[in-house]
Structure formats: C-alpha cells, structure tokens
Design a protein around this ligand. Structure first.
Ligand SMILES: [Cu+2]
Length: 148
C-alpha cells in the first residue's frame, strides 16, 4: 500500500512540471507526507524522523462501559495505548479491538465496578471498538476510533 502510493506520487510528478511554483511546492510537500506516512505504516524501519509507533510507555485511556455504550475519545494520535475498560453498567462487559495491526484483541469479561486493561499499538487508520458480550455490539456498544 505505501509503495503503491509512492509510485503514484512519482508518476504524477513529471506531469506537474511547468506548473506554477505553488503547485510544485504543494506536490513536494504531499510527497514528503506520503513518504513519512509510509515509514510509520512500515513500523519497524526506525529511520523516520517521526517517533516509531510502539516506543515508550503506553498512553493510558479509560474506556467507560455502560449499558449499552462505550464512552471514550473517537479520535486519537498514533501510538501505543493501554485502554482501561471500566464497567459502570449492570451487565457484564468486555472490550474488543480490531484494526490495522490489531487482530481482535480483547479483555476478559468484566463485572460491574471492575476493570481490565488492553495494550495495543495504533497506527493511522480506523479501529473498531466493541463489546463482544451477548448482542451488546448491536444494541450500541460499538465505536469507530479514528487514528491519525
Ligand atoms: Cu457489553
């Protein structure tokens, strides 16, 4: 995917020659951003100027689980996170996450008043957060979290 985008940038570039300076500058900026994005998506390269996802202590974010909603931010910057899933409802709940680089990771089932942690590395993209207990996802315990 990143390589495909890079090829697009290179093949587009000659066509933009002869355009006004502003266009050329914007094109260069776009290419730079695309290359940075590719490095972050690749993850382990370690040569990018941007911090590599997964380094350092995870940021802690509380996910409050009620009957039947997940209460948490819907936008987050890329990085490593520990989500603390706290059950403030009556029913038992859990937190499951799926998205780029995260294949259905979930907490144990959490009883009222208790909590469980889930540590994952989020890269740019959209992540699906939901409660896998019973039909809770379909009655409202689902949230798309946009990372970027
Ligand atoms: Cu639930």
């Amino acid at each position: 995917m990143p390589f495909h985008l890079r090829e697009d940038e290179f093949s587009d570039h000659p066509a933009r020659r002869g355009s006004r300076t502003l266009i050329v500058l914007l094109s260069a900026l776009t290419m730079t951003l695309a290359l940075c994005g590719g490095a972050v998506a690749a993850g382990a390269a370690g040569s990018s100027a941007e911090p590599v996802a997964g380094e350092g202590a995870p940021r802690k974010v509380t996910v409050t689980m009620v009957d039947y909603r997940l209460l948490m931010p819907s936008h987050l910057p890329p990085g490593r996170y520990t989500f603390r899933a706290v059950n403030r409802g009556i029913a038992p709940h859990a937190l499951e996450i799926k998205g780029p680089g995260v294949v259905n990771k979930r907490t144990i089932t959490v009883k009222t008043g208790q909590s469980a942690d889930l540590t994952v590395t989020l890269t740019r993209g959209t992540y699906d957060f939901w409660c896998p207990v019973g039909n809770h996802r379909h009655v409202g315990m689902q949230l798309y979290v946009h990372v970027g």
